[in-house]
Design a protein around this ligand. Sequence first.
Ligand SMILES: [Zn+2]
Length: 277
Amino acid sequence: VSGVSRQWVILGVACVALTACNAPSTARPMYDRAEVQMEASEQAKVAKLVPKNFNEKKNYSSKQILEFAARLDYVASKIEPAAAHLCQELFRGQQNCNYQIVFAPKEKGINAHADGKDVVVYPALIDFARNDNHLAFVIAHEFAHNIMRHVASQQQNVMGGTILGTLLDVAAASQGYDTGGQLGSIGAQAALLSYSQDFEQEADYVGLYILARAGFNLDDAPHFWRAMSTANPDSIYSSVTHPSNPERFVSMQKTIGEIRQKEKAKQALIPNFMTKS
Ligand SMILES: [Zn+2]
């Protein structure tokens, strides 16, 4: 292969790899920077005035664990069917929509995670959630990750990034540059980070539709992020993998507006999707 055509091969592969990247497919309502900044200063003010100390590593008695499990059961009984119905309406038999909630009483941290099949909930999250609306929102968010297949998409993106980076390593080596295989891992990292914020936002967006269908209080849901900022003021500002709490708060308020309009117009509560061009 001559020098020129080799460049075209690399360019071609790069294009294929980039367009094959799995991006979120929903069309969320817009918001602007100024709104996020206003909310950020509000959250910073509250975090300073009424700091909340919450020990994430707390040990719980077996009585508390039983109480958490009962509370989770109640929320699950409403969120599980609502999530399954939305999933079936979106994918009409092309996807298995039976995702289960699993309680993990030994795990530490205000956390829950979705692995593509289950939604795993940690006790400190249930303890921290000040009411069932907040708990239901976090669980709906995790169901949304599963429904929108974020886990598989991230894995594919990472693989694509690794392949692309490795091809560039090989190309560089053929030109006499030794990259030590670093571009492969940079590619994987870049792929992991490029969409993870968007996937989080999409999970909040689709999660609110699940919450509405399950009959929980929508207006209260964004306040979960204010509570998180009060307990952990660092999260007021952006991280690499997650949108900042103020951003999520503002974005969720816009989504609630969108859902209310659909309710008023007696439209089905289905998230908006990007139209394929
Ligand atoms: Zn998430």
